[in-house]
Design a protein around this ligand. Structure first.
Ligand code: BGC
Length: 795
């Protein structure tokens, strides 16, 4: 059927050309009704690497739109496309990657970063920015951790939602990725993440769920890997039952680039758009399947409608931007990138240096002045500011910390490279020993020495995982040599995920985790070192003492095509807390140049009968937490107040405590503020693996408020009138379970005790299935009695 043949529907398109700014709007339903099966199938894969398929024939004009990477900046490739960041792209602001943004714990800031990203996307005629990535940092070794926000789903979800809302406020879309359980790069295109449903529901999916429910990303990108043996791209449970039916996702699912193995199965599972182009091969497979009757054309219609809707909703902003020739404010975006990088910088350590030969009793930071300060480390001059791969942005400019320190202070600031990093030219004729010797001399002559250390690009990237958590050996050797001649050492780190600090941190009274700061990271670090910005970043991932302590150790990255998520729910701090294991720096940790006091931690149950379905503010808070925070120092600063919940008496194993809410508050010296943080019913719930639904159990919950997962400043216990969770009794239920049953329990107890079983014998028969007791005919209890008992119990 062509559009001319429809009698009741007038023209499906607004006539005109298909160029930007010329009014390309179209009516999705009318176009869909006008398309042939072949045309509909063609919409379901790309035209090329980055563009959706257009349809352009008599009466129907659907333009193709461009989608492009990546999370922390636009990677629009003018020519030679690739998904590994190899080819060049147009200049765009390189905001800090997610590792840094995650450490801000600041949704309002991420919303502003998102708005700026959206403006750049729109100004470049791009319909969808392929991000944010919100996969959980299961192992510090994941080569792509720099692109992810946290080891915790609440942080990932809250910050991810803020980014999505910000970007989409500009009339362009996002792609929430990589859905799901893509927590490593090794074998990422094939590996099966073998993970139980409860762990998926409580750890790996809820970040996605939160973003979908709060911000409705225009698209979700499925991951490459399998989940329990089913490719994400072909996973009906994931892409349709969970994502759409349960969470209410209204957008389109796009494949990761090259993630589709069986196109027909993928369409049936709910994968709408395959990227990049398949040269028509998979479109033909879809058509053939419909003709053969193995794929319902209605399913193709649904997917084609979603593609049309995506194109239609992006045209107004793109056309308006093209018509006005709008660009973006390079300076303002650079300034925002600098603000965000400083906000994500975490002051790990800032010990007072005892009065004596090397100190005056004060910590080294903030630097009192630049006088006598020297800088060591190539990374101060040649910054590592983003990760490699598909997210690699071509920055509009690039700040380095050395120049920034010099510019901010007007001081000369002596410098020695100390080592080389990938691609850095430390000067000809130098070798490692000479670089080290030069750095030692610079350090010896300095009052305070800033030592810049970090991971070279060759250590962490999309496409492969790290082999260990260590800094390059020559960098640690440099630190040791410097500290031997000058104990007033500040280490500044540049890395995309946790590095080992245990072997060297005693050498530096102050350690600053700068992550990968984006194009303005150099100035941002200078802002923090000089005290122009009071650090307020907090760790969104634990820094363990040893790689071997990490929960995924032994189960990462898997073997023979499978990776077993053996640690289950105990990811990140949940694991270290369960084992009461020491860590180098705990989740949520971060120091300030001021100090904060917490008072009056209280929790009040507002809705005692809250259920797990109450998962948003619309239902009202279930529990309200209050705390008063005071800035007890002499500088303005921001504190991140963290609320953790534990359910000590649950029927199932639950983590010791889990982050459920947080708030960042700016306080002037001496200022106090009361914060109110609300918990929903869902914040108290766990996923019941047998009932396969969320459950809020009856009873006590412990609400703790603190400055990190290990620095709890107060707690309160609340009692909630939740469910008395019971599984139906069945033949394989045990004697103990039957004795505990509210209806038949007394009867069974009487039977057991009447049968002469003494209390100290109960342990022996308590675990016996009822059916076995009946088969033995113990105490006259037979199969008929069992049937009657079950009927009574389950009615
Ligand atoms: C990455 C995605 C990216 C896509 C397009 C893939 O290799 O996993 O995150 O958006 O390439 O470059």
């Amino acid at each position: 059927m062509t559009i001319e043949e429809t009698t009741e529907a007038p023209a499906a398109v607004v006539p005109g050309t298909t160029g930007p700014g010329s009014g390309r709007a179209f009516d999705v339903e009318r176009v869909l009704a006008a398309l042939t099966l072949e045309e509909k199938a063609s919409l379901l894969s790309g035209l090329d690497f980055w563009t959706t398929q257009p349809v352009d024939r008599d009466g129907v004009a659907v333009p193709g739109v461009m989608v492009t990477d990546g999370p922390h900046g636009l990677r629009k490739q003018a020519e030679s496309p690739d998904h590994l960041g190899l080819g060049t792209s147009v200049p765009a602001t390189c905001f800090p990657p997610a590792a840094t943004l995650g450490s801000t714990w600041d949704p309002a800031l991420l919303r502003r970063v998102g708005e700026a990203l959206g403006r750049e996307t729109r100004a470049n005629d791009v319909a969808v920015l392929l991000g944010p990535g919100i996969n959980i940092k299961r192992s510090p070794l994941n080569g792509r951790n720099f692109e992810y926000l946290s080891e915790d789903p609440v942080i990932s979800g809250e910050l991810g939602a803020a980014l999505v809302a910000g970007i989409q406020s500009q009339g362009v879309g996002t792609s929430l990725k990589h859905f799901a359980a893509n927590n490593q790069e090794a074998d990422r295109m094939r590996v099966s993440a073998d993970v139980d449903e409860r762990t998926l529901r409580e750890i790996y999916l809820p970040g996605f769920e939160r973003v979908v429910k709060k911000a409705q990303p225009w698209t979700v990108m499925c991951s490459y890997n399998k989940i329990n043996d089913v490719y994400a791209s072909q996973n009906h449970w994931l892409l349709t039952e969970v994502l759409r039916d349960e969470w209410g996702f209204e957008g389109l699912v796009v494949s990761d680039w090259g993630a589709v193995r069986d196109r027909v199965a993928a369409v049936a599972a709910g994968l709408d758009l395959e990227m990049p182009a398949s040269g028509g091969r998979t479109d033909a497979e879809v058509v053939a399947a419909v003709r053969a009757g193995t794929l319902d054309e209605a399913v193709v219609d649904v997917a084609a409608r979603r593609v049309l809707h995506l194109v239609a909703r992006s045209l107004p902003a793109l056309d308006a931007a093209a018509a006005s020739g709008e660009g973006f404010d390079v300076d303002a975006h650079h300034a925002l990138a600098r603000e965000a990088a400083a906000a994500g910088t975490v002051l790990l350590k800032n010990d007072a240096v005892p009065a004596g030969s090397s100190g005056d009793g004060a910590p080294l930071l903030p630097l009192a002045s630049a006088d006598g300060v020297a800088v060591v480390g190539e990374l101060a001059r040649t910054p590592r500011y983003q990760g490699a791969g598909s997210s690699q942005v071509n920055p509009t400019r690039l700040d380095d910390a050395l120049s920034a320190l010099r510019a901010a202070t007007g001081a000369e600031v002596p410098f020695a490279a100390g080592y080389t990093v990938d691609g850095a030219d430390a000067g000809s004729g130098t070798d490692a020993a000479a670089l080290l010797a030069e750095a030692v001399e610079v350090a010896r002559a300095a009052g305070t020495v800033l030592v810049f250390l970090g991971l070279p690009a060759s250590y962490e990237s999309e496409g492969f995982d790290r082999a260990h958590m260590d800094l390059p050996a020559e960098q640690v050797a440099l630190l040791e040599a410097v500290a031997a001649v000058n104990p007033r050492v500040v280490v500044v780190l540049a890395n995309g995920s946790a590095v080992s600090v245990a072997s060297w941190r005693h050498l530096a009274p102050a350690v600053v985790e700068g992550w990968l700061g984006g194009q303005a990271g150099g100035s941002a670090v200078a802002d923090v070192l000089l005290g122009a910005v009071n650090p307020a970043g907090r760790l969104a991932e634990t820094i363990p003492l040893r790689l071997e302590d990490n929960p995924s150790y032994g189960n990462f990255p898997g073997e023979l095509g499978h990776v077993r998520y053996g640690e289950g729910l105990l990811v990140g701090y949940r694991w270290y807390d369960a084992r009461q294991a020491d860590v180098a720096y705990p989740f949520g940790h971060g120091l300030s140049y001021t100090t904060f006091a917490y008072d009056g931690v209280a929790a009040e149950v507002l809705r005692p009968d809250a259920t797990a379905a109450d998962d948003d503010a619309a239902h009202g808070a279930a529990v309200r937490v209050r705390v008063t925070v005071t800035n007890t120092g002499d500088r303005p600063g921001a504190e991140v107040v963290q609320v953790y919940v534990g359910d000590p008496a649950a029927q199932v194993q639950r983590p010791e405590r889990e982050l459920k809410a947080f708030g960042k508050v700016d306080l002037a010296p001496g200022e106090s503020r009361e914060l109110t943080l609300d918990l929903t019913g869902r914040d108290l719930a766990y996923w019941h693996p047998v009932l396969r639904r969320w459950v809020v159990e009856d009873g006590e919950f412990v609400v703790s408020v603190g400055a990190s997962s290990r620095d709890l400043r107060g707690s309160a216990t609340v009692v909630v009138d939740g469910e008395d969770v019971r599984l139906p009794l069945e033949p394989l239920s045990t004697v103990a379970e039957a004795m505990d049953h509210p209806v038949v329990g007394p009867h069974v107890q009487a039977l057991v005790h009447g049968g002469g079983v003494a209390d100290d014998m109960l342990g022996m028969i308590g675990d016996m299935p009822l059916t076995v007791v009946a088969d033995f005919g113990m105490g006259g209890f037979d199969r008929d009695a069992l049937t009657a008992l079950l009927a009574e119990a389950n009615n």
